[in-house]
Design a protein around this ligand. Structure first.
Ligand SMILES: [Zn+2]
Length: 681
């Protein structure tokens, strides 16, 4: 199990707004924020007023900032969200280093101990590849396909990989958590990387990385093995579902008993796989990408045992590499950082150490973080904002022309039952059973994986705990937990330029207001329609509602299909549809809520700008950012969120008041005739 990458076997469960993550590899860095956002919340020096708003509103609002800002050499992108992330990492660093210097509590000793073990470069260098020895010996000892299946099962609790992803999530039809099982096994961001000619350079770099890894562990025939491993993964890629299909929540909900799974995909001994995973008690699973699981099982049966063992050995070393000596770290960065996302430099060790604590002891350090950095007053202000956004959404539902009266009743019921969580969870995770040794990095990570897997697996068959969060409080992001009908706004995102208690309200509505609206509307979009007010998988729309919604949303998909996100590559309008609807809906609801907040009075004019102008600028500023082309390519292949530029342009050009606010007229590049504007909400 590769640490710090979530098992993405069930992408549909958690829809975030994705403010920071821009590719499958997470690479972070730093740039100061502070008072960078002007007197009332928008940095007016960022604008490029030479660009007409209707030709490129992203440049109009952010063009000067884009011109003066360089992507730091250890980052694949820079953005408003990334800057907030960097600020937060600096704050976490202080807390973590204080714990490393003097642990005041047992939890502090864990935080400080794990960080010390990571920062002990001399110790890590001295150990070099030695920590791998017994695990690699276990892989070499495998003598049959059946043994290999058991070996893959055991990777739930070690650094290795399985061609079948497993994860524990809320069951889509029962009020308990279930084990989900789906496609896996790929070391590149998406199946396209294996199958499309456009990614040939990445495929070559991947093959070179695999060969290099075998050389590092002094394995025989590295080039030959790399070719075989890549050929095996390419077969898996052919069998795998495309990203756009994986987000169809009804298609990925296929409950089966273990016996049924055995009949469906007979090429693998599933009982052996589950037993080896520590899941002997599991009698049923939810299969996500059905045909992919079936075909991948057959591919495993058809592949020579030596190739399977080589594949596992490579992934095991890849999973462990961040915790090994420099030659492993550098070799991995050569691929993950340089080749995949075009990032020239590795992040300094302390940043990787902070990310490690953030990842493995997230709520422990998160509890300290919110105590020191999250102002209690922010929670009250956010609760009020969210309530205003929900009221505005209810009004939009009531007037939606495509929704029948009966569906509107159910939508309003779902909205009223949607739970809102702000800042941090109401109860914290207990990490006390995790043993941390300040002198044993590899062992700490190995134990942490066992600890985390046991924590997740213990939930199977038990009622879903809605108080638990899928993000830590310091995360600069937000999400809609669809199957729990809740929306979550961690403390990390409640910072400027997204949320600033001292800013002009128009700016807050344009930034965090649109984020709140985005998460709310997910409950009522092409996937939200399939989950009812209780969080159960049930299509609550009539056939006619669906027909009218699809007609309108298809227009939006076509608009995005036409955008060239990076030279030579267009956005996938279908893959990004749900997120694009949420961006547009979120912005519209935020505008309504802002207007309602004025209580019938006109908005003040500030610096010559109307309230609506400031709201749109606040929105565009919250999405300002730029990314390296390779990172954008990775995002566009696998991520349902559109590149930042088109989150701004794509949403605003469908909003009538944007045209009035910025005098956008026919003939300008992104002008849409009123009848061509998409009116889902
Ligand atoms: Zn979203």
């Amino acid at each position: 199990m590769r640490v710090s990458t979530r098992t993405a076997s069930f992408a549909a469960v958690l829809v975030s707004i994705s403010l920071v993550l821009i590719s499958a590899t997470r690479i972070w860095g730093k740039e100061p924020t502070g008072k960078a956002f002007g007197a009332w919340g928008v940095d007016l020096t960022s604008r490029d007023l030479r660009t007409p708003a209707g030709d490129d509103f992203f440049a109009y609002a952010n063009g000067t900032w884009l011109a003066r800002t360089e992507i730091p050499s250890d980052q694949s992108s820079t953005s408003a969200g990334r800057d907030v992330f960097n600020l937060t990492q600096d704050q976490l660093r202080e807390l973590i280093e204080a714990s490393a210097a003097k642990a005041a509590t047992p939890t502090g000793a864990q935080i400080g101990g794990l960080y010390k073990s990571f920062m002990d470069e001399a110790g890590v260098e001295a150990a070099d590849a030695k920590p791998l020895a017994s695990d690699l010996a276990a892989i070499h000892a495998v003598s049959s396909q059946q043994d290999f299946v058991r070996l893959m099962g055991r990777t739930a609790t070690n650094f290795g990989s399985s061609v079948f992803g497993v994860g524990v999530y809320a069951d889509a039809k029962k009020p308990v958590s279930s084990l989900y099982l789906g496609q896996g096994g790929l070391g590149m961001p998406d199946r396209d990387y294996y199958l499309s000619e456009g990614f040939k350079d990445k495929k070559d770099a991947y093959q070179a990385y695999i060969a290099r890894t075998f050389s590092l562990i002094e394995d025989s025939a590295p080039d030959e093995k790399a070719r075989a491993v890549l050929a095996f993964e390419t077969e898996i890629a052919k069998a795998s579902w495309a990203a756009a299909d994986r987000r169809q929540i009804d298609k990925v909900y296929n409950p089966m008993t273990v016996e049924e799974l055995q009949k469906y995909a007979p090429s693998v001994d599933w009982r052996a796989f589950l037993d080896a995973s520590g899941l002997s008690a599991v009698q049923a699973v939810v299969v996500t990408e059905t045909t992919a699981v079936q075909k991948i099982a057959q591919i495993v049966a058809d592949t020579p045992l030596d190739t399977l063992k080589a594949w596992e050995a490579f992934h095991f070393v890849d999973g462990a590499s961040p915790y090994l000596s420099k030659r492993f770290v550098d070799s991995q960065f050569e691929f993950d950082g340089k080749a995949l996302s075009g990032t020239p430099e590795q992040r300094p060790r302390w940043k990787r150490g902070v990310s490690l604590i953030d990842d493995r002891l997230g709520e422990a350090v998160g509890q300290e973080y919110v105590a020191k950095y999250f102002p209690p007053a922010s929670k009250g202000k956010m609760d009020a904002l969210v309530a205003n956004l929900k009221t505005a959404m209810a009004a939009r539902i009531r007037i939606a022309s495509w929704m029948s009266a009966q569906t509107k009743d159910q939508a309003l019921e779902k909205l009223s039952r949607m739970e809102v969580m702000v800042g941090y969870p109401s109860k914290w995770r207990d990490y006390s059973k995790l043993k941390i040794d300040p002198a044993d990095l590899y062992g700490n990570l190995a134990r942490s994986i066992v600890f985390e897997t046991a924590y997740q697996f213990a939930k199977i068959g038990k009622p879903v705990d809605k108080a638990e969060w899928s993000m830590t409080p310091q995360t600069v992001d937000a999400y809609n937990g669809g199957l729990e009908n809740k929306i979550v706004f961690p403390a990390g995102i409640l910072q400027p330029p997204f949320f600033n208690p001292d800013a002009d309200p128009a700016v807050n509505y344009g930034a965090i207001g649109a984020v709140i609206g985005h998460e709310i509307t997910h409950g009522f979009d092409d996937q939200g329609r399939k989950i009812d007010a209780t969080g159960a998988l049930r299509d609550w729309w009539t056939a006619d509602d669906a027909k009218r919604f699809v007609a309108e949303s298809t227009k939006l998909a076509s608009q995005y299909d036409a955008y060239e996100g990076v030279p030579g590559a267009h956005i996938n309008g279908n893959l990004t549809l749900g997120e694009n609807i949420a961006d547009l809906g979120g912005l519209l609801v935020a505008i309504d809520a802002y207007h309602a907040s004025l209580g019938g009075k006109p908005a003040p004019i500030i610096d010559g700008l109307t309230g609506d102008q400031r709201l749109f600028l606040g929105y565009a500023q919250s999405w300002r950012g730029k990314a390296r082309d390779d990172a954008l390519r990775a995002q566009m292949a696998s991520d349902p969120h559109s590149p930042r530029k088109f989150r701004v342009i794509g949403a605003t050009r469908n909003v009538d008041s944007w045209y009035q606010s910025f005098d956008v007229t026919a003939g300008q590049k992104y002008f849409l005739k009123p009848e061509d504007r998409v009116r889902v909400w």
